[in-house]
Ligand binder design. Structure first.
Ligand code: AHM
Ligand code: MG
Length: 332
């Protein structure tokens, strides 16, 4: 709309889903995802007041301490997705075992998600986010199985993240379509469509590298060489430590995000199903590249991996082709 404080024309997420998807079950699923994102956004914003900071006294599947907000947001997503009637398998970072949806509530889709990623940032009010990937069931019958989610990343039909930052933003990509941005208007309670066809800046964008450089001593020589050369080329280092924020900035400003394998964690830190894959799909749809770097003896496109376990990890190198190719050239 034009002029004034209040617009008279809105383009909402709901409108986008209903006019572009032509798939009622997927539309319902995405609406429930968006609702869960709004509820999680509200929970994060109120955490200090509602005394949600701190531990819930439990551990998650990776053995990390679980925070109250982690538990709450996981419940929010699991409940919203179960009720959607469009899911048959749910894989959450917070649940050791995949949730197989009972037949009476089951639908065609499988969702892998990290309900509140970057949880080490919660207590100091730094941005966190939700990351998710959606697959269509491939095994016969109504009941889903783990085989429906242990497959190559290029099978993903929809991926996205929601960032709980100064503003809450939802970034989405449906298979074969471009990346879309939506911002939560809290007074409207709606995600408003702000940008279509989101792409990396041409030429690679700002010269930024993003990694936990404290791990430098544990990296392989090619990663060390690449990062040392970034410094020599006067790149800026930007690292939030929340994957959603670091990837969001990388897509919008350019540069590269790296969480490589290292001698402490030979498979890297990040999870294939609900961190590596969805971000790789979004980055590729935005014209970037996503690789594992050297992993199991070869440099692999991330979306070509075939995970064998729902909580499997993989090394991550993603960003503008300029910088990803530069890093990968160090392996030649
Ligand atoms: P989490 O799922 O336990 O929150 O861990 C994932 C997070 C990512 O958001 C981030 O990219 C990475 O861990 C940061 O790790 P580190 O603290 O080792 O730099
Ligand atoms: Mg995580």
């Amino acid at each position: 709309g034009s002029g004034g404080d209040l617009d008279s024309e809105f383009h909402s997420l709901t409108e986008y889903l209903m006019t572009t998807l032509k798939d009622q079950e997927l539309t319902v699923l995405m609406s429930q995802m968006a609702l869960a994102c709004k509820a999680t956004s509200r929970a994060c914003a109120k955490a200090g007041i509602a005394n949600l900071f701190g531990m819930a006294g439990d551990q998650n599947s990776s053995g990390d301490d679980q925070k109250k907000l982690d538990v709450l947001s996981n419940d929010i997503f699991v409940n919203a997705l179960l009720k959607s009637g469009s899911c048959c398998v749910l894989v959450s970072e917070e649940n050791e075992e995949p949730i197989i949806v009972p037949e009476k509530d089951a639908g065609r889709f499988c969702v892998c998600f990290d309900p509140l990623d970057g949880s080490s940032n919660i207590d100091c009010n730094v941005s966190t986010g939700t990351i998710f990937a959606v697959y269509e069931k491939k095994t016969p019958g109504k009941l889903g199985s783990v085989a429906d989610v242990l497959r190559v990343g290029s099978d993903i039909v929809a991926a996205g993240y929601c960032m709980y930052g100064a503003a809450t933003e939802l970034v989405l990509c449906f298979k074969g379509q471009s990346v879309q941005r939506f911002a939560l208007d809290p007074s409207l309670g709606e995600f408003v469509h702000t940008h279509s066809n989101v792409t990396f800046p041409s030429g690679g964008g700002k010269k930024i590298y993003s990694c936990n450089e404290g791990n430098f001593p544990y990296w392989d020589q090619p990663i060390k060489d690449a990062v040392t050369e970034f410094k020599a080329k006067k790149y800026a280092l930007r690292y939030v430590g929340s994957m959603v924020s670091d990837v969001h900035r990388t897509i919008l400003y350019g540069g590269v995000f790296v969480y490589p394998a290292d001698s402490k964690s030979p498979k890297g830190k990040l999870r294939v199903l609900y961190e590596g894959f969805p971000m790789a799909l979004l980055v590729e749809c935005a014209g970037g590249k996503a690789s594992t770097g050297m992993f199991n003896g070869s440099v692999q496109r991330m979306l070509d991996l075939e995970p064998t376990h729902v909580h499997e990890r993989c090394p991550v190198i993603l960003g503008s082709p300029r910088d990803v190719d530069f890093i990968l050239s160090k392996y030649n």
